[in-house]
Design a protein around this ligand. Structure first.
Ligand code: SF4
Length: 378
């Protein structure tokens, strides 16, 4: 499960991925970037124990803790006007070591919770604004009955929802799950819903033939794909890899959405570059002529108040001693309270007179993984 009761995010690698890791070792060798790209994503690293006091368990709080129809709404998050997020399951085919859900408590929605969340999404107060639902977790494609039930409930109780986004790495971790039953299920909800699957693919090696075939089967019935993924130290933090990666996304008709700075959570420092290194790479990527501009991502951080796309004036102040950056966002405090009245302003947030919000953000470093490991060992 992506989620933990004890704080220990256990290693979980699907049989498919185990076979691909063995294949990468045999084909490219032990010291190859291809093998490293998989190992660093899935194999538990002792550097996860390197926890600094400034690091936190969660990167933001956006849960809706309000009551609807006399009971609390469970498993729903909302930061933005048009979208709410529902998390029916916390199960995944494999555990990505860089995942923000790794430190989140395990939470499973009952069928009753799902029906209630769908009724909330279709309630009079939300109906005019909410057109889009992001179903995430965990990996919603791990439980077809639960996903079908969630879609049925949305169809019945929230006809205002037209776009259903699903966050999934199943095509890259266990592609055999994209079977006839799954295709029939998606086809059965068309054309009422427009389906978009958001994957988190990080390196060109992950486009295995089985993965590409699974994606193409879903695309053939009208499901769209997009990618948002973190910049990971030792996996994809070099221009050559990113250029190849975005070229492949274009080839396979996967829209490039966000390139994220790896999130500031405890035990993650060995995955995190500096924000400046990410800006340097994103700028080079965006201005190079290597592939179509249709495949170029936005570079963003997942801050305490949501995603902030970085531009030349986004960094307002730097505090090197605290490894912190003050970032300008486009979010407004009054809007946030209107859309999620239970939202609590984090301590890192500064609200300006016009209601716009700035937020402090914990930067990464430019130390290599080997330098970090050496420092950790000494
Ligand atoms: S990125 Fe997705 S598949 Fe990976 S651990 Fe997180 S929720 Fe699970």
């Amino acid at each position: 499960m992506a989620g933990t009761k004890s704080g220990d995010f256990k290693e979980l690698i699907s049989p498919f991925l185990r076979a691909k890791i063995a294949e990468a070792e045999e084909t490219w060798g032990q010291d190859s970037p291809q093998l490293r790209a998989l190992v660093r994503q899935y194999v538990k690293d002792p550097l996860e124990n390197l926890v600094r006091p400034i690091e936190r368990r969660r990167h933001y709080e956006s849960e809706v803790t309000i009551e609807y129809e006399g009971r609390p709404v469970i498993g729903v998050e909302r930061l933005y006007r048009r979208t709410i997020l529902i998390e029916p399951t916390t199960v995944c085919a494999a555990h990505c070591r860089w995942c923000l859900r790794g430190q989140y408590p395990v939470q499973t929605m009952t069928r009753d919770d799902i029906t209630h969340a769908a009724r909330y999404a279709g309630s009079e107060a939300l109906r005019a604004d909410i057109h889009e639902v992001l179903i995430t977790g965990g990996d919603p494609l791990m439980s077809l009955p639960l996903l079908r039930y969630t879609l049925e409930q949305l169809q019945e109780h929230a006809p205002n929802v037209r776009i259903v986004r699903i966050g999934s790495r199943v095509p890259f971790q266990d592609p055999d799950r994209i079977n006839d039953a799954m295709l029939e299920m998606f086809a059965g909800f068309r054309p009422g819903f427009r389906f978009e699957i958001g994957v988190n693919v990080n390196h060109p090696i992950e486009f295995w033939p089985e993965t590409v075939a699974a994606i193409e089967r879903l695309q053939a019935i009208g499901v769209r794909f997009y990618n948002q993924h973190p910049l990971l130290k030792g996996v994809n933090d070099d221009l050559e890899t990113l250029i190849e990666h975005y070229g492949l996304l274009r080839d396979y008709d996967i829209e490039a959405h966000y390139l994220f700075h790896a999130i500031p959570m405890r035990g993650m420092s060995h995955h995190r570059t500096s924000v400046d290194r990410g800006l340097e790479l994103a700028t080079a990527l965006s201005s190079c002529g290597e592939f179509s501009g249709r495949a170029k991502p936005r570079y963003a951080v997942l801050s305490d108040i949501g995603k902030i796309v970085l531009y030349h004036d986004s960094i307002v102040e730097r505090r090197p001693a605290e490894q912190s950056l003050l970032l300008r966002s486009g979010f407004n405090y009054d809007d946030r309270m209107k859309w999620n009245p239970s939202w609590k302003k984090p301590e890192s947030v500064v609200v300006l007179n016009d209601g716009s919000m700035l937020t402090w953000y914990l930067d990464g470093t430019d130390e290599t993984v080997e330098e970090l490991a050496a420092a950790h060992a000494s």
